[in-house]
Design a protein around this ligand. Sequence first.
Ligand SMILES: NC(=O)c1ccc[n+]([C@@H]2O[C@H](COP(=O)([O-])OP(=O)(O)OC[C@H]3O[C@@H](n4cnc5c(N)ncnc54)[C@H](OP(=O)(O)O)[C@@H]3O)[C@@H](O)[C@H]2O)c1
Length: 103
Amino acid sequence: MPSYVITGVSKGLGYEFLRQISANPSNTVIGIVRDKPTTIKKVSEELQGRSNIHILQADILDYDALKGAVEDTAKITGGSLDYLIANAGYVSQFDAYDPIGVL
Ligand SMILES: NC(=O)c1ccc[n+]([C@@H]2O[C@H](COP(=O)([O-])OP(=O)(O)OC[C@H]3O[C@@H](n4cnc5c(N)ncnc54)[C@H](OP(=O)(O)O)[C@@H]3O)[C@@H](O)[C@H]2O)c1
């Protein structure tokens, strides 16, 4: 039963990692998000019945929140973790062809 933690699963690539990896019920997938209620709603609507998905709340810039997520992850997995997908991040909207004033 491989276990995964994926940061930033509310949308984009992180959500797609969550969707694809959790399609295998033998995978335990823990997603870390900033807005837990919204992500739980999305997962329950779009990925119904996937009891192998666990959503935890933490901003990756908040050390204490991350420590809490680590402790909660350990409770889910029994203390080990196989894969960490560090996906969450800021995606710049700046385009290389924008003028310097925009940057
Ligand atoms: N898309 C690309 O072409 C591309 C190319 C190269 C690298 N990447 C990298 O791939 C990753 C995902 O890209 P994406 O296109 O899927 O971006 P995205 O759609 O903007 O999604 C970013 C995700 O990261 C989360 N996030 C951002 N800051 C966070 C924080 N401080 N704490 C917790 N979660 C945070 C967002 O959560 P919220 O919903 O709370 O904002 C969201 O779930 C990023 O690290 C990006 O730099 C993307």
